[in-house]
Write a protein that binds this ligand. Structure first.
Ligand code: LMR
Length: 403
């Protein structure tokens, strides 16, 4: 049967990262994957993370035993306080450790697919995902057996949030659908609803009896303050939504390869929490048994020590600040090299990416002519820019857009 297997397409994000690795052009620039790089273009281990690792290494009580199915409960508690607030009451929140954000979405998708009542006449639970969104969302929820649909999110004519389109599509969806929302720093557009818009979205979701799935992959990268960036999801909880939350520590702790996250479900009572926990464990056990322990031990070590926590917040802000300065610089240098194009949308976006509005053809030209690797939706990971390559990238963008 092996000879009948067709070649699958490369991944829209990680496939490009692989192409970057094998490119031999000395000029090559990687602005594809959303992974932080320092001002010299190198991956950065946060000093607070490094110190936590040193402590773990020196601690003779640390071992390599299996974690429980739901992960390290102390880590989960700290992670949930990081998301829901240090004074949040977690007695009715079911939470499990996950393999970063992807793993969390996968557990959450399975759970919803299994337990959300299907709207009348539908064979699968509908989930509405923003258009555009992180490319992996579509495959994840499809693999979970959900009926993946889209809602309008971005108006490429105005380069702004398509708020009216979003509201119309949520209204039109069958009552009781699952709505996927990016908690902050929407990937790839960098456009988030305002607090007033979040309020109206929350009201509409209530009227329609929809279910809310928050994906929080960039807490700390929108404003530079991890507390402030949790405002939308905390607001939804305060409004009584039984949210499902996927939380990743890949970006904000720089723990990409450690696969560290959580999946949580806000329930109405400790009894509901207990039942939901038992079901989440039944999903996890046949999938990968139990999660890896190194990344969660790091997060736990940082968040149980006041000095390390303070240092961590400063480290997170340093990343967010550098990215923000690259956003401003990119637009400034584009102007300096002669671009007459309106790039004001790039400076009003937030988070790790610039959603430039370049077409797939322009992106392809950037790659073939200049060895600049980016996703074909025109998204640039600003963390890949530094003073050493920004003019080269700006000149290339100018060439393919105005040139
Ligand atoms: C991205 O959007 O580039 C990141 O979330 C990395 C990934 O896994 O795609």
């Amino acid at each position: 049967f092996l000879s009948t297997i067709p070649e699958g397409p490369p991944d829209a994000i990680l496939g490009i990262a692989e192409a970057f690795k094998s490119c031999t052009d000395e000029r090559k620039v990687n602005v594809c994957v959303g992974a932080y790089r320092d001002s010299t273009g190198k991956p950065w281990i946060l000093p607070s993370v490094r110190q936590a690792e040193e402590r773990l290494l020196a601690d003779s009580s640390v071992n390599k035993e299996y974690a429980p199915i739901a992960g390290d409960s102390k880590y989960v508690e700290l992670a949930l306080k990081f998301a829901y607030g240090s004074d949040a009451d977690l007695s009715s929140v079911a939470g499990v450790q996950s393999l970063s954000g992807t793993g969390a979405c996968r557990i959450g998708g399975h759970f919803l697919s299994k337990f959300v009542p299907k709207p009348e006449g539908l064979a699968a639970v509908p989930i509405l995902i923003p258009n555009p969104t992180w490319g992996n969302h579509i495959s994840i929820f499809r693999e979970c057996g959900m009926d993946v649909r889209r809602y309008r999110y971005y108006d490429s004519k105005t380069n702004r949030l398509d708020y009216d389109g979003l509201m119309a599509d949520l209204k039109e969806a069958p009552n009781g659908s699952v709505i996927l929302l990016h908690a902050c720093a929407h990937n790839p557009t960098g456009c988030d609803p305002t607090m007033d818009q979040w309020k109206s979205i929350s009201d509409l979701i209530k009227t329609k009896s929809h279910h809310v799935f928050f994906d929080s992959a960039y807490q700390g990268f929108a404003s530079g303050d991890a507390e402030a960036d949790a405002a939308a999801l905390r607001f939804f909880v305060s409004e009584g939504h039984n949210i499902v939350l996927a939380q990743s520590f890949a970006k904000n702790f720089g723990l990409y390869g450690e696969r560290t996250g959580t999946l949580s479900v806000v329930c109405n009572s400790p009894e509901e929490k207990s039942a939901v926990m038992s079901q989440l464990k039944l999903i996890i056990r046949p999938m990968y048994s139990s999660p890896p322990i190194h990344g969660s031990s790091i997060v736990k070590t940082v968040l149980t020590d006041d000095a390390l926590t303070t240092e961590y917040y400063a480290n997170c802000k340093e990343m967010a600040d550098r990215i923000r300065s690259m956003r401003m610089r990119l637009v400034e240098v584009l102007r300096d090299v002669g671009s007459t194009h309106d790039w004001s949308h790039v400076t009003s976006q937030i988070g790790m990416f610039a959603f430039t509005g370049m077409s797939s053809e322009m992106c392809d030209q950037l790659t073939s002519k200049y060895s600049i690797f980016l996703t074909r939706d025109g998204r640039i990971s600003l963390a890949g820019l530094n003073e050493g390559n920004i003019e080269y990238v700006a000149r290339a963008i100018h060439d393919v857009t105005d040139g």
